[in-house]
Design a protein around this ligand. Structure first.
Ligand code: C5P
Length: 510
């Protein structure tokens, strides 16, 4: 019969060990056992010795009887308290130039969200921008002075405009109006914004927003091309309803997409490379199953979600193999792209990419392919009879990776469901043998489809929990998923380190 130690402060022990997963792995028990211990406030007696040892190896002074944590000492030789898995880098500095467009208010959201990623934001506003939002709102959101004037004695005394331009790690222009881009393309320096753009040595990211006719105008197109040739990065504009009542391309990219693009620009330094050393396989896009050499069966997947996940994983330092069906998206930066067509090819590419630590199967793999697809072009018979096609089931890539002898540590699938989202996703999790499922509705309440959209909402279903993510850009959803992946991998790595330390210490004693 199990004996239990009563009244130990289990929550403190879990924190000190680095999380529930660490304790789970140390004791080789499942998550429900930890929940039971927590609910009862007790640990099995057999856990006493390894927990006590693990705490001491982490530099904690522990009461030998009650496991009460009495204090923390710094041990020599690297076995002291664990360092934070996320690196504590200094904040990076972004200069956010707000142009004078109706979308200027969205720059406030960009400023706010950048700060969630340990980025310090200093605002610069053109005269036009001040017609739409006040410097005070931007100053309040950035907790920093906002600069508006090229010839301000106070501003020059505090921070010369050249220093302002030089101290930034990235300059963002959002919204970038047609006028602001035209002035920048021509090297004008007739206000603070354009002077900074001329003086800065930092990368520049522009998020254009304007009326669709202005965006399409050859003058704007030429300016954008000139700026792009000089290395300026662009995010958006996107298509949709405009504030001016017209419809077309010209909307400011969503703030989350601008933030993601900014983080990508800063990526080498600003994002913690806490997945570095880990290999992730991501599947993306549709598969295309040939009927004959010219016709095929496919689906509406755009690959936007899978590509965004690959990009977010790479931005956190993972080595990423992106296995993609045919899509019209550029390859994300710092990713090894393997282009495939059919499900059979996709499986082969995934297996060839093993071993991996993480697999995210976001591709919309065709369930069936045509048996004996013709190598030529099927001809009409002339007797009015269409050819009969026999379908055979495709290999299940998610299931194959989940049951593979080189199974990645964390295998994540996607479920596009038309009804009973969470129930179906849970059933899929069990059936496929993966660890998590990201479940999204194929059709939304407003009737729009997830396919090809830049937006997504989803539930992350793990063994025990379901987290609902509201509608957001696919880029942001990718970042949220990658945050969870990072936390999970951190727990796994810490637990592995702990186990190594305990067994090393045990063998030292014998
Ligand atoms: O069962 P269903 O096909 O809807 O499962 C969706 C999940 O399974 C997705 O993660 C998809 O990428 C993956 N899948 C797969 N191979 C298949 C079919 C689906 O990897 N043949």
């Amino acid at each position: 019969m199990n004996e239990y130690m009563k009244n130990c402060d289990l929550a403190a022990i879990i924190t000190a060990l680095g999380g529930r997963q660490a304790l789970q792995d140390l004791l080789d028990v499942g998550p429900s056992a930890i929940s039971n211990y927590l609910a009862r406030g007790e640990l099995p007696q057999r856990a006493h010795a390894p927990v006590c040892e693990a705490l001491r190896l982490r530099g904690y002074q522990v009461h030998p009887g009650s496991l009460e944590i009495l204090g923390q000492t710094q041990l020599a030789g690297g076995t002291g308290p664990t360092t934070n898995f996320r690196s504590d880098r200094p904040a990076q500095r972004v200069l956010l130039i707000v142009g004078g467009g109706i979308a200027a208010y969205k720059a406030l959201e960009v400023a706010r969200r950048l700060q969630d990623h340990n980025v310090e934001v200093t605002g610069v506003m053109t005269t036009g921008a001040q017609q739409f939002i006040t410097p005070l709102s931007l100053a309040a959101l950035t907790a920093s002075q906002v600069y508006t004037d090229l010839f301000s004695l106070t501003d020059e005394a505090e921070m010369g405009h050249i220093r302002l331009a030089r101290e930034a790690d990235l300059v963002i222009v959002a919204p970038a109006t047609a006028n602001l881009m035209a002035r920048a393309a021509n090297g004008l320096a007739d206000d603070l914004a354009t002077t900074i753009l001329l003086a800065t040595t930092a990368p520049v990211l522009m998020a254009p927003a304007m009326n669709p006719a202005m965006w399409q105008h050859p003058a704007t197109a030429e300016n954008v091309a000139r700026l792009a040739n000089r290395g300026i990065q662009f995010v958006g504009p996107t298509a949709g309803d405009m504030a001016c009542g017209e419809d077309g391309v010209g909307r400011l990219a969503e703030p989350a997409a601008i933030v993601q693009a900014a983080l990508n620009c800063l990526s080498a330094d600003s994002q913690p490379d806490d997945l570095s050393g880990l290999h992730a396989i991501v599947t993306s896009g549709p598969t295309v199953e040939p009927i004959d050499s010219v016709r095929f069966i496919a689906n509406r997947s755009s690959g936007k979600q899978g590509h965004a996940i690959a990009s977010a994983l790479a931005a956190r330092g993972a080595e990423v193999t992106l296995v993609s069906g045919p899509v019209s998206l550029p390859a994300p930066a710092n990713v090894r792209l393997v282009q495939v067509e059919s499900a059979t090819e996709m499986l082969a590419a995934c297996e060839a990419a093993l071993p991996a630590d993480i697999a995210v199967c976001a591709a919309a793999v065709a369930d069936w392919r045509v048996e004996n697809a013709s190598s030529g072009k099927l001809k009409k018979t002339g007797n009015g009879q269409p050819p009969s096609l026999t379908l055979v089931e495709n290999p299940d890539i998610l299931n194959s990776l989940s049951t593979h002898q080189l199974r990645p540590d964390l295998v994540i699938g996607f479920a596009a469901e038309a009804s009973d989202l969470q129930d179906n996703a849970r059933a899929k999790l069990a059936r496929k043998g993966c660890d998590w499922i990201v479940a999204n509705a194929v059709t939304r309440s407003d009737g729009s489809s997830v396919f090809n959209s830049d937006m997504n909402s989803a539930s992350l279903i793990t063994g025990e929990t379901a987290i609902d993510w509201p509608m957001m850009t696919k880029a942001e959803l990718a970042v949220r998923l990658v945050n969870h992946i990072t936390d999970h991998m951190a727990d796994r790595l810490q637990a592995a380190t702990l186990r190594d330390l305990v067994s090393q210490s045990a063998s030292n004693r014998t």
